[in-house]
Design a protein around this ligand. Sequence first.
Ligand code: NAD
Ligand code: TYD
Length: 327
Amino acid sequence: MRLLVTGAAGFIGSTYVRLVKDEHEVVVLDKLTYAGRRENLPDGVELVVGAIEDRELVLQLTEGVDAIVNFAAESHVDRSIADQNAFARTHVIGTSVLLDAVRQRGVGRYLQVSTDEVYGSIEEGSFTETSPLDPSSPYSATKAGGDLLVSAYAHTHGVEAVICRGSNNYGPRQYPEKLIPLCVLNALHGDTLPVYGDGRQVRNWLYVEDFCRGINVVLERGRPGEAYNVGGPDECENIEVVQRIIELTGGDESLIEYVEDRPGHDRRYSLASDKIRAELGWEAQVGFDDGVARTVDWYRDNEPWWEPIRSGEYREYYERQYGRSLL
Ligand code: NAD
Ligand code: TYD
């Protein structure tokens, strides 16, 4: 197949491209925001720099394409709280432009990469694909807007569109604004690890390669018009995650710093993944202890990847967000 993969200069998309590049012909469309980097992509993959909301460019790039996999997003909740406009543009307008191209060009398959956050927070039990969407941050609200457009478009126009909702991903090449890489890099620098509120919020951690394998089976065999949850095998409280990182990096608990809570902070995310398991035979292969150890090793061994980030835009972002400088 010839695939147009959008947003693949970021964390998850670049992992996905590594997984499928030998099997399919891949072209990447990425705007190269602060989170997108050419170096994330493996050699030999064509990158077109541009935005998914650019209608002319998208029509040009979808000629002769068999499938589109849309990873393009603003992906950080804290940044959406500071300013949600780019989130609305990319998640809603961008998705709408891609869907029009699917119809106009007769693209055979469309996969929307989405998130458990569209369901909102759940104190007990797990969300299934029939749970109502009830997003609570500007990030998740705009992602839900994109998902609803995809479902409506499949229903109305009969295009073969599917949605894949992943839980919190972690692994190599994640921009360090997110909890795990932020804490790994701070711990490696002997810097404090900021924990929001009481640190008892729960996330369902999914190793990035497991998510990408899930996306692949849904693209190949998912039923048109359907959504599939892809949840990680382990749930942990944030404080447990931070403690594990401290152990793996040889620091001590005095590095933990409780800071002001995130406004509107979702308490717990949890996904039931029975549908993708039963229909498509997907299983997570990497448990949290193994995955987090691999992730710490990757950041320890790849200073040339993170050094330019820590000395660039991220430094300013960190000062704005945490009111102090990075060490
Ligand atoms: P990321 O921030 O690392 O990468 C996003 C990429 O999209 C970047 O390369 C960026 O340059 C590009 N991009 C942004 N706006 C664009 C636009 N308008 N046009 C073209 N490219 C644009 O994000 P990620 O963590 O890799 O997330 C990828 C997808 O997976 C997103 O749709 C996100 O909602 C979803 N998701 C993420 C997680 C997670 O834990 N990170 C979990 C579930 C789902
Ligand atoms: P994050 O990695 O931003 O993912 P999401 O908000 O999409 O779940 O955050 C994961 C959890 O960690 C979330 O409950 C917020 C919390 N968190 C902190 O406690 N401190 C931090 O510095 C960050 C970035 C997140």
